[in-house]
Design a protein around this ligand. Structure first.
Ligand SMILES: [Zn+2]
Length: 806
């Protein structure tokens, strides 16, 4: 057989090539044409077209988003026979003038579009026929799952070809009128209205069959650019578009000149904005997540009543928010026990095009500021610390990933409070102790913990984020942050939230993700601290937005330069998260965690608890998280955190594990009462705060105060017994501008010691920056660059330090 092949082939070559080749070519063309036109249409494409109106329901079957048919029974889908002639003429005039003649694709339109695109050097025209648009809408419906990773341009071309092939096949299966019916049922007419029948009801309050030519022309003009031609926002643009459609209808002979001018003169009145469309961002998100054909009814987890409450709360705070320069508000409420979303507000006003109202705020990553701190403390509690552990709130310099560069965090008010118990440090949201903890545990561990808590946006390396991660320099999503907080409320168990009520399945339909994030004891401690209004009093005061007539654990956050403002909190039943800011990242004005998002949070928390409990639980004093066994009530010294002894001046109660330890060693009897034996690392702070009894502190202890790491890294200070010595900043230090703080708080305290208090003048780069007694400090705003700092006493003696600021 092998031997015969070349002979046959040679014979083929010898034959005259004319006719059979042409026949073959023709067969190919016909075959291709037949395949193009007669080939299969995936059946699910057309099935999904049958149920265009999915009614999205809340948890009590109240419609959130519904086909707006007046009587609630009649189908809003139009069949080919029901198509109103005016709408048919208007749609063809608006979208595809040669609709009745072309085979699905329009070679004239494609050529014209290609020429225009070439001239414009980009895509300005599509040249799509109505049939192609139907094909595109059907394919879009099917391809809601994540797109395959191809280049956008190639995907675009491939999609165009696919649409064209499907268009040719649709033309074979359906009559022109049937295709047109598909189009008017699938097209988007703006304001979330799909289908001409819905749009007719919503905009004109009448049945689509009763549309005047003017109204039909108006409606037919919308699908081209539904957001530009929005009748509620830009009626003039929509009306200009209507005039174009009317002129084309006249040119096509669908209207006489007289009818056309009558129609152009008709005054259109619109009914009010389309009625009940609650939780639009939520509805959109849920619909987009569906795979396969859409159900006709979809029961979700949100509570329509609570959703309406929240809309009202945001409305009532609108003026205040405007005053703070905040255009956008995102709010979510999670049911703790079931892990179900009870409310979801995306932007504060979906229809506010100017401020990106359609953006789904809870899923947009932003800087959380202090709202991440509870997780730093949770991890520390997991690793052995307790609410009574003492943490340093003193000027500190932490090593960073870059050799020789130190990170010097500041507190929001620029003050340091010396030794702080973990309870007060977390409740008061002090930055320095949180960074100290993170430095001890390591950023990689905190990063892993946050990722386990469901924060999916932390994709960079630990070195990239650095210690600032605990101060919220990495961006997170409100919905994920709220889900992570709910783990505290659940005693440490993290559960992936859901938005549909199909029992125990995750968003993707698989088994629901769930894991233990921390020990019940850790969750109890963090919750107890966040619910302790007295512990945060020294920073936040009492009363106001963060206090309720029932237990609420709450944390606020403010990002760098006041772009983002957060309040997250929970009860046993619900977790509420509020973000206030601007999607375009304009900064807020005079807005902290307590004044910006706080009041909205207060209203939402009250409304949510009222909905869940049917009343405000006024006499509920049970802890949010049940106290685990093995903890005992102890009195600890409020300064040292050790078991309180007889000399301790102030004490607090903590629930701790373990047996009795020896009492506080800081407070000791002295000749004239009680003295504090400050541990070395707090002496310098205590001295600046006027708390150090000089008789007890050996003079040289001052020079070695501060963290040992710092001294080792930077080398010793001026060794000679100079009469004046700069204690802060250390010579040779590098400071990083802290991105989480407002610039006015980024100051460096200039301090020097002298044998006896004298007045010291400070100069930075030769410029006087202030003077103060040597037991006080002068604050100087950090400015990038290298700076020479000089302290001078009244007798002209000086000390110098050189620092770098980045
Ligand atoms: Zn004590």
């Amino acid at each position: 057989m092998i031997g015969t092949a070349p002979i046959r082939s040679r014979a083929a070559w010898r034959r005259p090539r004319g006719r059979p080749a042409a026949v073959f070519l023709l067969a190919c063309v016909l075959g291709l044409a037949a395949w193009l036109r007669l080939g299969p249409i995936p059946p699910e494409l057309l099935d999904s077209g049958q149920s265009t109106s999915t009614i999205v329901l809340d948890r009590h079957d109240v419609p959130l988003y519904e086909a707006l048919s007046a009587d609630g029974t009649r189908s809003t889908r139009l069949s080919a026979a029901e198509l109103p002639p005016a709408l048919v003429a208007a749609t063809v005039a608006a979208e595809d003038r040669r609709f009745w003649w072309h085979p699905g694709v329009d070679p004239i339109a494609i050529t014209r579009a290609a020429v225009n695109n070439l001239l414009a050097g980009g895509t300005v025209e599509g040249g799509s026929t109505i049939t192609q648009q139907v094909a595109k809408m059907l394919l879009d419906r099917r391809q809601r799952s994540p797109a395959e990773p191809a280049s956008p341009r190639r995907r675009k071309v491939a999609a165009k070809v696919q649409e064209a092939v499907l268009a040719l096949r649709l033309e074979h299966r359906f009559t022109k009128r049937e295709i047109l019916a598909h189009y008017v049922n699938l097209a988007a007419y703006g304001n979330q209205l799909v289908g001409a029948a819905h749009a007719s009801r919503a905009y004109f309050g009448r049945d689509v069959q009763l549309l005047t030519p003017a109204q039909a022309a108006f409606l037919a003009g919308l699908p081209q650019r539904p957001s530009i031609f929005n009748p509620y926002r830009r009626p003039e643009a929509a009306l200009a578009r209507q005039r174009v459609v009317l002129r084309r209808m006249e040119a096509a002979g669908a209207l006489t000149a007289e009818e056309a001018s009558l129609a152009a003169g008709e005054r259109l009145t619109f009914t009010r904005a389309p009625a009940p469309f609650l939780a639009p961002h939520f509805v959109e998100m849920v619909l987009a997540s569906l795979e396969g054909p859409r159900p006709s009814r979809l029961r979700t987890t949100v509570d329509a009543g609570l959703q309406a409450d929240i809309a009202g709360i945001i409305r009532s705070h609108r003026a205040t928010l405007d005053r703070h320069g905040a255009a956008n508000v995102a709010v979510v409420v999670l049911d703790n026990a079931r892990g179900e979303w009870l409310a979801w507000e995306g932007s504060g006003n979906y229809f506010d095009d100017v401020h990106g109202g359609a953006i789904n705020g809870p899923r947009t990553a932003r800087q959380p500021g202090s709202a991440l701190k509870p997780f730093t403390y949770a991890l520390a509690f997991e690793e052995g610390l307790t609410p009574a552990s003492v943490l340093p709130d003193i000027p500190s310099h932490f090593p960073t990933a870059e050799a020789g560069v130190l990170y010097s965090p500041r507190n929001y008010d620029g003050r340091y409070r010396g030794p702080l118990l973990a309870r007060q440090a977390l409740a008061g949201s002090e930055n320095v102790p949180a960074v100290a903890l993170t430095s001890q545990m390591g950023t990689p561990r905190l990063l892993r913990f946050l990722t386990r808590a469901g924060l999916s946006t932390l994709q960079q390396t630990a070195a990239y984020y650095g210690l600032g991660i605990t101060l919220g320099s990495a961006e997170v999503r409100l919905d994920e942050l709220v889900a992570a907080y709910a783990a505290f409320a659940r005693g440490g168990r993290w559960v992936a939230p859901v938005w549909t009520r199909s029992a125990d399945t995750g968003a993707a339909g698989g088994p629901r993700e769930e894991r233990r994030l921390m020990a019940p004891r850790t969750a109890y401690w963090v919750t107890d601290i966040l619910a302790d209004a007295r512990a945060r009093e020294y920073i936040f005061g009492r009363g106001g937005s963060l206090e309720f007539p029932f237990p609420v654990a709450v944390k606020t956050g403010t990002s760098q330069a006041y772009h983002d403002n957060w309040t997250i909190g929970y009860t046993r039943d619900v977790t509420v998260g509020v973000w206030v800011g601007n999607f375009d990242r304009r900064p807020l004005r005079d807005s902290t965690g307590v004044t910006g998002a706080g009041p909205v949070f207060h209203g939402v928390m009250l409304a949510a608890v009222r909905r869940v409990r049917a009343a405000i639980p006024l006499s509920d004093a049970d802890p949010i998280v049940a106290r685990p066994d093995g903890l005992h009530e102890r009195h600890v010294c409020a300064l040292s955190g050790m078991p309180a002894g007889r000399w301790c001046r102030s004490r607090q109660r903590e629930w701790l594990a373990g047996g009795e330890e020896s009492p506080c060693t800081w407070h000791q009897p002295a000749a004239d009462g009680v003295a504090v034996a400050w541990p070395a690392e707090y002496r310098q702070w205590a001295r600046q705060a006027g708390l150090l009894d000089e008789r007890e502190a050996p003079p040289r202890a001052l020079a070695t105060a501060g963290t040992p790491r710092q001294t080792a890294r930077l080398g010793s200070q001026a060794p000679a017994r100079r009469r004046i010595e700069i204690t802060n900043p250390p010579d040779g230090a590098t400071y990083l501008i802290d991105p989480t703080l407002r610039r006015e708080f980024q100051t460096l305290a200039l301090r020097a010691v002298t044998p006896v208090p004298v007045r010291i003048e400070w100069r930075v780069d030769g410029k006087a920056v202030g003077a103060a007694s040597s037991d006080a400090a002068v604050s100087w705003p950090l400015t990038p660059g290298t700076h020479r700092i000089v302290a001078r006493d009244p007798r002209g003696r000086t000390a110098e330090a050189t620092i770098a600021v980045r």
